[in-house]
Write a protein that binds this ligand. Structure first.
Ligand SMILES: *Cc1c(COP(=O)(O)O)cnc(C)c1O
Length: 488
């Protein structure tokens, strides 16, 4: 194979581990329902919610956790969540209809993102809270409410462009949200529309892993709330969006080694680690490394609810240095969060069938062709590097040596690579085996899926445990009443 295998083993908590330890079940399911096949684990979502809740509890904070629906289309996941006390954040007309139909009452729904008139109307008609991006959107909503004589709408003002202590702009530019520098005209518009909108809070969402950036934004929001109150407005919620992240890998050492060797491969110090020498944003210019590694930090020691905990414990520099949580508590503000990816941690996996394994005469990585397209397992889209798990068809097969492979999709296109990375597997897969991609519920399993080439999109099923037994049903057949002894 040339060189030691560089594994990136997925982090597997008990439910996913138990599923992967059930090869007969997985082969029966994919045999019956096809490849690729998506499995979602609704009960895990409820557990993840509890972890976020416990961080609220630890900091004595009130407020709501809103699941960012866009991260997964599943009905089962949404209905399971409807059976808890969580909210949902919807970013399209279809998602709003889905949430209402899953049992979320409007007081548990926030509408965000780009909005067309239909989306705005249904949100206003059903008294959903609307997170507004711009003054123009506020005017549009106000006009709609007046024209259709709708009830007064609760609104959040989404802001962006926060500055740390008025000096350096720390938070990244965003297409969404009103820059805090334009707060005055925004608040004047809110006052003008006071008969039709009720400003309940301010919001931000930053797509970054940087805690400092998020702390700056949260501090900025606290200052804006003060400004609102000094003007006689009474908002009391801060919505800090999502982006709490997921730890995808078991072993930080593997991640360190892999990225180091990837860099060395780009520099030509070691053999390539990708198909066609792709550098994930890095390149070599006359032996010097250029560019930046455009990868998700797949091993994250602090992610999800722990990340929220760290953010809340972060000192608010411009507000006397006390933790952000203390600032929220002192003013009795509600904390709202909108985790997508983090709430879906360990909530699903994608099964793909191996169709063909072709060894290279040159001795390079074998070509493995899967019954799936790159869009069906969109880890690569987000730069998440993580190995699939081989689920052999016949477990009794003699153990073999580790192999290096390239994973190709089944589309008639040179670039249909499931990942451009050379993947090391502990055993050589064979046609009929399954490769299971773990932890794909957040953005990977259906966000990019298409029907290109008349190939079907993956079926999705919900799975849950009754005692030691896994049960399943089609995703859209799942309701909190379905599982006997499962979700309550
Ligand atoms: C996408 C999105 C989220 C969720 O982000 P994650 O990184 O999945 O947690 C939350 N809020 C808004 C406004 C979003 O657009």
């Amino acid at each position: 194979m040339g060189g030691k295998p560089l594994y990136l083993e997925p982090r597997l908590e008990s439910r996913l581990r138990s599923l992967l330890d059930s090869p007969d079940l997985l082969h029966t399911l994919s045999g019956a329902l096809g490849s690729p096949l998506n499995l979602v684990v609704p009960d895990q979502l409820a557990d993840n919610l509890e972890q976020f809740r416990s961080v609220y509890g630890k900091h004595h904070l009130s407020g709501q956790v809103f699941f960012a629906h866009k991260a997964n289309r599943s009905s089962a996941l949404l209905r399971r969540l409807a059976a808890t006390d969580a909210g949902v954040d919807v970013a399209s007309l279809g998602e709003l209809q889905h949430a209402l139909g899953a049992g979320f009452t409007p007081d548990r729904i926030t509408a965000t993102g780009p909005k067309n008139p239909e989306f705005l109307w249904l949100a206003a008609r059903t008294s959903v809270t609307v997170s507004l991006d711009t003054r123009g959107e506020l005017d549009q909503l106000a006009a709609l409410v007046r024209k259709h004589a709708l009830p007064r709408v609760r609104i959040l003002l989404r802001l962006s462009g926060f500055e740390a202590s008025g000096v350096r702009v720390l938070s990244r530019r965003s297409r969404f949200g009103t820059p805090v520098g334009e707060l005055d005209p925004l608040l004047e518009a809110v006052e003008r529309h006071a008969d039709v909108v009720d400003p309940v809070g301010v919001a931000y969402h930053l797509d970054t892993t940087s805690l400092a950036e998020k702390a700056t934004a949260l501090e900025g929001c606290l200052r804006v709330l003060e400004e609102c109150r000094s003007r006689g407005l009474r908002p009391r919620a801060v919505d800090i969006g999502g982006g709490f992240g997921v730890n995808y890998l078991t072993d930080g050492g593997q991640w360190e080694r892999y990225t180091t060797e990837l860099t060395e491969a780009v520099l030509g110090i070691r053999p390539p680690l990708t198909y066609g020498g792709h550098g994930y944003g890095l390149r070599s210019e006359a032996g010097t490394l250029r560019g930046t590694l455009g990868l998700y930090p797949a091993h994250r020691p602090v992610a999800g609810a722990h990340y929220l905990d760290e953010l809340l414990s972060h000192p608010a520099a411009s507000l006397g240095g006390r933790p952000l949580a203390a600032q929220l508590l002192e003013h009795l503000y509600d904390l709202q969060t909108e985790p997508g990816r983090a709430l879906l941690d360990q909530c699903g996996l994608t099964l793909t069938k191996v169709l063909e394994v072709r060894d290279q005469e040159t001795g390079g990585p074998s070509a493995v062709r899967l019954a799936a397209k790159a869009d069906d397992v969109a880890l690569e889209e987000h730069g998440v590097l993580m190995d699939p798990v081989v689920v052999p068809r016949s477990p009794a097969r003699a153990a073999t040596e580790p192999v290096a492979v390239h994973l190709f999709g089944s589309r008639c296109l040179e670039s249909d690579l499931i990942t451009r990375r050379t993947v090391f597997l502990p055993r050589r897969p064979e046609p009929g085996d399954l490769l299971a991609f773990a932890n794909t519920a957040g953005y990977c399993m259906d966000f990019h899926a298409t029907r290109a080439q008349h190939q079907p999109v993956a079926r999705k099923i919900a799975v849950w445990q009754e005692g030691d037994t896994w049960r399943w049903c089609l995703d859209d057949q799942y309701w909190p009443t379905t599982p006997v002894g499962g979700a309550q």
